[in-house]
Design a protein around this ligand. Structure first.
Ligand code: SAM
Length: 191
């Protein structure tokens, strides 16, 4: 794996230090609530992980739903990409939720992200990706994404089992986003 640059980490540390957290909605995104509470889709239960969880609204949300949750973020300057990708608590997760972590890491780390997701999600477990942003909105991060970019690094080990191209949006955030759920293949080579 390519070493992570310090530059990327200092971006996020500086955002936190300066209180520049405009991405923070102050609650979970309506698209997640819609998926969990209104859509006819049963998510795997058990251990849950939210990488790049920020203030952790999603972590608490899933904990209230009965998941045994872990949330990770570098905001205290202690967890960096390599650690996040390689040194999360040593267990399998039935559910991983990625919202704006995929776009927060540098694109050259995306394949490592995909491989690590495969190692972390138990066979038959789910990876939720709320995909955003599809356009260049400012000097990255966030790095723009495409659906294809997720497929490129997930298809070996996951099947796309749910996709909503127009999930519910917060009134303050009328941008394009896509909600997707990936199921870990039972027959992929990753243990
Ligand atoms: C756009 S914010 C989203 C936070 C949260 N998901 C939310 O919606 O409020 C991206 C988060 O990823 C964290 N982050 C970025 N790079 C990281 C890394 N390499 N390791 C751990 N966390 C990271 C940042 O500190 C930031 O809190």
């Amino acid at each position: 794996m390519v070493e992570n640059s310090n530059l990327q980490n200092s971006y996020w540390e500086n955002f936190w230090k300066e209180g520049n957290t405009d991405w923070d909605l102050g609650r979970i995104d309506p698209a997640l609530k819609e998926l969990v509470e209104e859509k006819d889709f049963e998510l795997a239960k058990g251990n849950g992980l939210v990488p790049g969880c920020g203030r952790g609204y999603d972590v608490f949300y899933f904990a209230e739903k009965g998941y045994n949750m872990t949330g990770l973020d570098q905001r205290k300057g202690k967890i960096y990409s390599r650690r996040l990708l390689y040194k999360v608590p040593d267990t399998k997760y039935q559910l991983v939720y990625d919202y704006t972590f995929f776009c927060a890491i540098e694109p050259h780390l995306r394949r490592s992200w995909g491989n690590r997701c495969a190692e972390l999600v138990s066979k038959g477990g789910h990876l939720i990706t709320l995909m955003y942003p599809f356009e260049y909105i400012c000097e990255p991060p966030p790095h723009p994404v495409t659906e294809e970019a997720y497929h490129e690094v997930l298809d070996n080990n996951f099947d796309l089992v749910y996709i909503d191209h127009n999930p519910r949006k917060d009134p303050s955030r009328q941008y394009k986003n896509v909600m997707a759920v990936w199921k870990r293949k039972r027959n992929s080579s990753v243990k």
